[in-house]
Design a protein around this ligand. Structure first.
Ligand SMILES: *Cc1c(COP(=O)(O)O)cnc(C)c1O
Length: 551
């Protein structure tokens, strides 16, 4: 320790000081040893979880990224990519925010506040014209997901409910006691559906906020109860993107574990290897978004109990489909998925999906009121007074709570049972037809049991089939790894399943006869197909978001 000895020589310390300095030096070495051991432990856990091959692949990936970044700095590459991106930007703009209006549509540009206010006639005229911008060929009955009900009678109910509570804000329960009551009842109704009689929950603005809140609650729970300061979570690769978002927003290290390639279910054995004392939660979906498969929730719960971690069950999509599957007579093959399984600590349920509520409505539930408390934000010494809010937002729209409360009351158990019957019935019919009629050209991904059916192809470019379907007015979701398409059946599309099958048959025949080539930049650089792929696709996605705000 030269610094210490120099210091000691200059100071000519007495024996007492010398002893103190010696101790300090020893403490310093001990500190470095602890840091070294911690790093070693981290490395050990990493190699244990990912294996030697997995770790080598990650190192290779990181090196490749460095290489790509250097390559992208080279003037020739930069110019080439800039040219491609500019072309894509123009394409995106003309597609999403076109500068010229289609014939017959007349709209004024409103890029700044009008000098004097407009009257209702002016607004109505603009709305009529804006409605003409919607793709006429995209009837809601031909869209995967997106529009979940579409009943005109229900829209009347929602409009009236929302307009009655248009100014209300649950941030002020003393001013709006009616909305407070409806919010509490809404949460209670959904909790009961998921066997959460002893649990607690809150409303949120959607599935993403529900998931963000759950991750935050589990992080703070693990910090308070288990002393975890470097939180980690373990999720199957089919979990919703919101978990990646939560990991980034809240500084939670994420372990993504590939699902079983055949069943597409979470690989519980593999997930076990990623659990360590920093693990705050595991995740299972019931069902997942990409292929509609339900993870083995009971096995995941056993794992969560064994290692004393949380388990979030994502029923955002499952919502009022999985919770009514049994009543609808479709529970065969489904595992238990709700709070009746000990070890499940949180469930997210999107009332704005198969609950048919207005958009901006979801419920996050916990197995206990204590767990819910870790979601809260409380500030006692704010200049504006004591501040407490249950979720991300401060002020919240009471109108959406009123709309959701009205819809649940309108439907009731029998209404949702009937809609689950229709929707699951259509999805089962679709699955069977894919497996029989189209078995030579398509394969169904996993064995979907609820409302979403995903399929791929060994012989055809499945995205080209999707393009052809799009020209026929259908909107199917394109999927990554494996390449595929999915259909999330809704009340509207359930009625047109046979038309969907016929059109799919025509598109497959056409594609076989004359395969489509080309495609846009994303298809060209497809994620993972080239080294610069992910970089370019990321840039295109950012440009897409920029385009949304073009006036
Ligand atoms: C839709 C969905 C979400 C997220 O919901 P948003 O309301 O879009 O934020 C989360 N998980 C699954 C499985 C979903 O399908």
């Amino acid at each position: 320790m030269p610094q210490w000895s120099q210091l000691a020589a200059r100071a000519k310390p007495g024996p007492r000081t010398q002893l103190v300095l010696q101790r300090a030096a020893q403490l310093g070495s001990l500190f470095r040893l602890v840091i070294f051991l911690k790093a070693l432990l981290g490395l050990y856990r990493h190699v244990y979880a990912y294996g030697i091959t997995g770790t080598s692949r990650q190192i290779y990936g990181a090196l490749k990224n460095v290489f790509v970044r250097i390559m992208l700095r080279m003037p020739s590459a930069r110019a080439q990519i800039a040219k491609e991106l500019a072309k894509t930007r123009a394409e995106l703009s003309s597609k999403i925010a076109p500068k010229t209006l289609p014939p017959g549509v007349e709209l004024e540009d409103v890029n700044e506040l009008p000098e004097s206010g407009r009257n209702i006639e002016w607004l109505r005229n603009e709305w009529t014209n804006m409605a003409k911008l919607d793709r006429g060929d995209l009837e809601a009955g031909r869209v995967s997901g997106a529009v979940y009900h579409g009943g005109d009678d229900l829209n009347v109910v929602i409009n009236e409910a929302m307009s009655n509570f248009i100014v209300s804000n649950p941030l002020h329960p003393d001013v709006f006691p009616g909305v407070r009551r409806m919010e509490a009842e809404l949460v209670s109704m959904v909790l009961k559906l998921f066997h959460g009689e002893n649990g607690a929950g809150t409303t949120t603005s959607g599935g993403t906020e529900s998931i963000l809140m759950s991750c935050k609650a589990h992080r703070d729970w693990a910090r308070a109860v288990k002393g975890v300061s470097a939180p980690e979570m373990v999720i199957p690769s089919t979990a919703h993107a919101a978990f990646w978002k939560a990991s980034q927003y809240f500084g939670i290290k994420l372990h993504v574990v590939p699902v079983n390639p055949r069943t597409r279910k979470a690989d519980v054995k593999k997930m076990t290897r990623f659990i360590n004392p920093n693990t705050i939660m595991l995740v299972g979906s019931a069902p997942n978004f990409p292929d509609g498969i339900v993870d083995p929730i009971e096995d995941l719960a056993a794992l969560a109990r064994k290692y004393k971690t949380g388990l979030h069950v994502d029923c955002c999509l499952g919502s009022f489909i999985i919770s009514f599957a049994q009543r609808a007579g479709y529970s065969d093959g489904l595992p238990k998925f709700d709070f009746s399984v000990p070890g499940v600590t949180a469930i997210s349920c999107d009332t704005h999906k198969y609950g048919f509520c207005p958009k901006g409505s979801s419920i996050i539930m916990y197995n206990s009121p204590e767990m819910r408390r870790y979601q809260y934000y409380v500030m006692t010494d704010w200049a504006g007074g004591v501040y407490a809010s249950p979720s991300m937002a401060g002020s919240r729209p009471g109108s959406i709570i009123a709309g959701a409360w009205a819809v649940l009351n309108t439907y009731g158990v029998d209404g949702y049972t009937l809609s689950a019957k229709d929707i699951i019935g259509a999805a089962r019919h679709f699955k069977l037809q894919l497996q029989n009629r189209f078995q030579d050209d398509l394969f169904v991904i996993g064995d979907p049991l609820l409302s979403v059916v995903a399929f791929g192809s060994d012989s055809l470019n499945i995205y080209a089939v999707g393009d052809r379907m799009s020209k026929k007015g259908w909107h199917l979701n394109p999927l990554n790894s494996p390449a595929g398409l999915h259909m999330a059946f809704t009340k509207l599309s359930a009625a047109s399943v046979d038309q969907l099958l016929d059109d799919l048959g025509e598109c497959i025949a056409a594609e076989k006869k004359e395969p489509e080539s080309g495609g846009n930049l994303v298809a060209l650089y497809g994620v993972g197909q080239t080294a610069v792929g992910p970089h370019v696709v990321g840039k295109v996605a950012e440009m897409f978001l920029d385009t949304l705000y073009e006036v």
